[in-house]
Design a protein around this ligand. Structure first.
Ligand SMILES: [Mg+2]
Length: 181
């Protein structure tokens, strides 16, 4: 009972704080909870973004043109995806992106690709505040990001097979995301 009272007065006190202080407290609360949180990692190309459906995507990437990453169409209904991700985040999951950079890249092209990918996320998933957006080299083993039993949505077998947490084929992105509670 006493604990409940403390909790409710704490909750009430929080309502009286200015937004700035409230944001700081929420940030700290989330930080403290990080250790036991499961992360939902989302790949981009072939999972959320239809990069491979862009005409001439491969020669353009080989010419270090970042346009295909910008103009790729969404593979699923993004309003549904955003709703599901925001919902999971409220339930305590970290929601993160893990996306590979182009093959045989340069620093300048990596920078352009990261900018294109960040813009894509802002454009198509504006309401989602990702806990982390991680861009990795093309040959990176994504399982290095797995903090135990994290969940990975990906379209590539090499990443799904090597993942030691819960690996889910991106073909079932929305259906499987709905099952995560
Ligand atoms: Mg992919």
């Amino acid at each position: 009972m006493a604990r409940l009272e403390i909790f409710s007065s704490y909750a009430r006190a929080k309502k009286l704080l200015t937004n700035q202080y409230l944001c700081a407290i929420l940030y700290l609360e989330r930080k403290q909870g990080d250790k036991k949180m499961t992360t939902i990692w989302l790949d981009m190309d072939g999972t959320m973004a239809d990069l491979y459906g862009v005409e001439n995507w491969l020669p353009m990437l080989e010419a270090h043109n970042a346009t295909p990453y910008k103009v790729a169409k969404p593979l699923v209904r993004m309003t549904t995806l955003a709703r599901l991700l925001n919902n999971r985040q409220r339930k305590g999951y970290r929601v993160c992106v893990i996306s590979a950079l182009a093959k045989n890249s340069t620093n300048a092209y990596d920078t352009a690709v990261m900018e294109a990918k960040r813009d894509w996320l802002k454009k198509h998933l504006a309401s989602v505040q990702f806990d982390e957006i991680r861009f990795v080299p093309y040959t990176y083993a994504k399982n290095n990001a797995n903090n135990g039993n994290d969940i990975l949505f990906d379209d590539e077998a090499r990443h799904l097979d090597a993942w030691t947490g819960t690996a889910i084929d991106a073909k079932n992105l929305l259906v499987e995301l709905k099952k995560i509670y």
